[in-house]
Design a protein around this ligand. Structure first.
Ligand code: MLT
Length: 264
C-alpha cells in the first residue's frame, strides 16, 4: 500500500520554495516529484484558462514587465509582429507598451485566437516562476475547478509524483481568501477522487479545506468581499469579479512545461 499523497498549500508565492522543501521532508520528494496547482483567481489563472480556451496558441508567463517586454520582442522577431500579444498589469494598472491588461474578458477568440500571449502580473506570474521546477504544473481557477481536480488526481495516481502543492498567489506576499478557498476546493476534489485515506493533509491544507467549506456557494459574493475584489471594483472592473466567480464552466486545464503554458 503506497504512502498517502502528501498535500500542502503555499498561501502566497514567496512561500512556494519553503513548501517545496517541506514536501522533501514529508515524503523525501524533490520538486520533480510534486504536482503543483497554481492559483490566482483574481485574475491571472482565470485569464490564462480563458485565453487558452479561446484559442490562444500558448502563454509565456514572465515575473516582471521588463522580462515580458523582452520575451514579446523575441517572439515577434521570430514569428512576426502580429503573432504575439503582450498583456498584464502591476497593481491592476495597465503597463506602458503593453497591448492588454489582465482581464479574462479581454482575450476573446477574435483577439487571442492563434496568437501567443506574454503575460506579467503582480503575483500570479511570480507564482508560476516559483513553481517552474515542479514535476507537473497545472493552472487552476474556479472556472476549471472540477476538471483541474480530475487532472491533478490522475497525475498523482500515476505514482511518480506523490505530493500535491496548491500554490496560492496571494496578495503582496501575504494571504488572500479567494486563492485559499480555491486551494481548499482543489484539495476537496482530489480527496473525493483518491479517497480521504489516500491523502494526508498538512495543517495549512486542512485550514484551506475549512475556508472552502465556509463558503455557501456564492463565489462571486466572496470575491466582491475580498480585499483585491474591492480594489478591482473600485477601478471599475466589477465585471471581472463576476466572471472569475463562475464555477466549472470549462474543462480546459492548462499545463506549464519549460516555461510555456498550453491547453494541456
Ligand atoms: C495578480 O497577479 O496578483 C493578479 O492577477 C492581479 C490582477 O488582478 O490583475
Amino acid at each position: 500500500m503506497p504512502d498517502p499523497i502528501w498535500c500542502d498549500v503555499a498561501l502566497s508565492h514567496p512561500e512556494v520554495p519553503v513548501r517545496l522543501i517541506d514536501a522533501g521532508r514529508a515524503r523525501g520528494a524533490g520538486p520533480e516529484n510534486v504536482v503543483c496547482g497554481v492559483i490566482d483567481v483574481l485574475r491571472a489563472t482565470s485569464t490564462i484558462v480563458t485565453a487558452l480556451g479561446n484559442g490562444c496558441a500558448g502563454i509565456h508567463p514572465c515575473p516582471s514587465p521588463d522580462a515580458a517586454r523582452q520575451k514579446a520582442a523575441a517572439l515577434r522577431a521570430e514569428s512576426g509582429e502580429d503573432s504575439t500579444l503582450l498583456g498584464g498589469e502591476q497593481d491592476a494598472k495597465p503597463l506602458e507598451g503593453f497591448d492588454g491588461g489582465n482581464s479574462p474578458l479581454e482575450y476573446t477568440p477574435e483577439r487571442i485566437g492563434g496568437r501567443r500571449l506574454v503575460l506579467s502580473t503582480s503575483n500570479g506570474t511570480k507564482t508560476l516562476a516559483a513553481a517552474g521546477g515542479c514535476g507537473s504544473v497545472f493552472i487552476v481557477s474556479f472556472a476549471n475547478m472540477s476538471a483541474a481536480a480530475r487532472r491533478v488526481a490522475e497525475e498523482l495516481g500515476r505514482g511518480k509524483n506523490r505530493t500535491l502543492l496548491a500554490a496560492c498567489s496571494g496578495r503582496e506576499g501575504g494571504y488572500c481568501g479567494e486563492d485559499t478557498a480555491a486551494a481548499g476546493l482543489l484539495i476537496a476534489g482530489v480527496r473525493e477522487i483518491l479517497g480521504k485515506n489516500g491523502v494526508e493533509l498538512s495543517d495549512t491544507a486542512r485550514a484551506a479545506l475549512r475556508v472552502a467549506e465556509s463558503i455557501d456557494g456564492d463565489y462571486s459574493g466572496m470575491l466582491r468581499e475580498s480585499q483585491w475584489g474591492k480594489h478591482l471594483a473600485g477601478l471599475g472592473l466589477g465585471a471581472d469579479i463576476d466572471f472569475c466567480g463562475k464555477m466549472d464552466w470549462t474543462g480546459v486545464v492548462p499545463r506549464m512545461e519549460n516555461g510555456v503554458i498550453t491547453p494541456g
